[in-house]
Design a protein around this ligand. Structure first.
Ligand SMILES: C[S@@+](CC[C@H](N)C(=O)[O-])C[C@H]1O[C@@H](n2cnc3c(N)ncnc32)[C@H](O)[C@@H]1O
Length: 505
């Protein structure tokens, strides 16, 4: 693949361009944005934070007051489907068949390929070319996440499939539009894999940088408190909002917010910000595993949102009777618990996995997903009792765990602990820090981040293990007498020492 000069410079760096080019790209970007009608408060600056592995960031140069305007971006400067001239070059039907994410990827590919001809050329100059998000980790690096459920959520294959099915045919059919003039010759030499790589980069940029842009006239329905449903937010068009997306985030250090106005988007201070402090946006209450997947970094402040996920498959395998091998979980549940299957499915209890969340002083009912408790209790309930609940359109209560339920939940936690390649004690035997110095490789940083993620998950599991063992002990083990022989044997192996003693006496 050949690149224009500026593009070659961008591609030559790891993540971002080298120092001189880095600063001049920032200046060119700010100059372009101001010329486009943006208003930028003199008290804010775009800074080079590569020394702390944070790319660029927005920093207060002087003290800022609460509610003070940090910058105003005209809607016309947003890199979006609405603002790109690609829509006038392709039949409308093309965009009607694409969701907001794929539409913006296509537009970004088009604008990126236009090089200096694009209105957003200076903006592309400050967007990174390389990423630390999980999509770009090697298999060996991903291995460091061990049994973390995030490994199943990277979605590279499904994105590949969507790009091959929906976008590449459009790029091929309208190659003259995407690669006009000389570039058309270049396009012919580009392999499908090159286009795929570019599409993945655009997709990654959208995941980590784009905003759901509320239209100038809000058409979505809001509830009494003014909130729209999640589905309606999902349907909002996505847009890349220059400068607003240069704000980093660090959980509750959030001190700025983007407001949608009819002709512009304004970033305002949520509280007083002192000179020298970084201005942070809010990326949401994400567990560190997800932060790594979507944004490629973690900080300690996100520990409070950590979760560990118990896979659906594991719940069925542990709770339902053993079935002939080769059956998937749903088939297995259908066969072993036919009376409950359809009702549970209708009740929306089937999820790919169930969260156990971090809580500062661990509480079972605050941490365990209510759906997990309800699912386990439903699966172990006898047919008569379950039938009565079902007749009333009810389910077991999420705030009540039976003795057998406690034992099984405990077993699920134990099994999840065992699925990690190393123990918490091994991981914690040395102090893990993510190195920021230039001397370290991105692999060293990724390995450290992965280790912190898996330690976070194992710490939650350790608390859940303790709490469920205690609960099982408190509830007694009489329920075990009603269990089938094999399950009873498995659970006996699993019983906390105290519980076994208690039963014997
Ligand atoms: C919306 S962009 C923010 C601007 C970005 N720093 C840049 O230079 O382009 C999100 C990306 O910034 C980086 N980032 C955000 N917050 C960070 C933080 N607290 N520490 C380190 N990197 C951070 C991550 O690479 C993330 O994917």
């Amino acid at each position: 693949m050949k690149f224009h000069r500026a593009e070659r410079e961008r591609h030559s760096s790891v993540g971002h361009a080298p120092p001189t080019f880095f600063d001049s790209a920032s200046q060119a970007f700010l100059a372009w944005l101001t010329a486009s009608g943006a208003e930028i408060n003199r008290k804010v600056g775009l800074q080079d934070l590569r020394s702390v592995q944070a790319g660029r960031g927005v920093v207060a140069i002087a003290n800022i007051e609460e509610d003070e305007l940090l910058f105003r971006i005209p809607r016309a400067s947003i890199l979006s489907v609405e603002n790109s001239d690609l829509t006038s070059k392709l039949p409308t039907s093309v965009f009607e068949e694409l969701d907001p994410w794929l539409s913006l990827i296509l537009v970004m590919l088009y604008e990126y390929e236009k090089g200096q001809e694009s209105n957003w050329a200076a903006y592309f100059g400050v967007l990174p070319q390389e990423f630390n998000t999980l999509m770009f980790w090697t298999p060996e690096e991903l291995e460091q996440l061990q049994a973390s459920a995030v490994r199943d959520k990277i979605g590279k294959d499904s994105a590949d499939e969507a790009f091959r099915k929906h976008l590449i045919p459009i790029v091929n059919q309208y190659a003259q539009v995407f690669y006009p003039g000389d570039a058309y010759e270049r396009a012919k030499t580009m392999q499908e894999e090159d286009i795929l790589t570019l599409l993945h980069k655009m997709g990654t940029l959208i995941m980590a940088y784009a905003f759901d842009v509320e239209p100038a006239e809000l058409k979505k329905e809001v509830d009494e408190e003014g909130y729209a449903s999640e589905d309606e937010d999902e349907a909002l068009p996505k847009g890349m909002v220059p400068l607003a997306d240069m704000l980093n985030a660090d959980a509750d250090n959030n001190n700025a917010r983007l407001f949608y106005e009819s002709n512009s988007l304004t970033m305002k201070a949520l509280c007083p910000i002192l000179a020298g402090q970084e201005i942070y946006n809010d990326y949401g209450p994400l567990p560190r595993s997800d932060l790594l997947r979507r944004y490629g970094y973690i900080t300690r402040n996100y520990t409070q949102y950590d979760v560990v996920e118990i896979p659906f498959e594991a719940v069925i395998a542990t709770v339902c009777d053993p079935e002939p091998s080769g059956m998937d979980s749903i088939a297995r549940l259908k066969t072993s618990c036919p009376q409950t299957f359809s009702y549970l499915e209708e009740s929306g209890l089937f999820e790919s996995g169930y969260d156990i969340s971090y809580s500062s002083s661990f509480s079972i009912f605050e941490s365990l997903s209510p759906e997990l408790i309800v699912l386990v209790e439903s699966l172990i309930m006898d047919d008569d009792a379950f039938g009565k609940l079902k007749a009333k359109g009810k389910l077991p209560k999420p705030d009540k765990i039976s003795p057998k339920g406690a034992v099984l939940l405990h077993r699920l936690v134990k099994e999840k602990i065992a699925s990690y390649a190393t123990s918490l004690e091994e991981d914690e035997s040395e102090n893990v820090v993510v190195p920021v110095d230039k001397g370290y490789t991105s692999t060293e940083r990724r390995v450290a981040m992965a280790k912190l993620v898996r330690i976070g998950e194992k710490q939650i599991l350790k608390e859940a293990d303790k709490a469920l063992a205690t609960l099982a002990l408190e509830l007694g083990w009489s329920e075990m007498e009603t269990m089938d022989g094999q399950l009873k044997k498995r659970l006996a192996e699993d019983a906390p020492d105290g519980a076994v003693k208690k039963r014997r006496t």
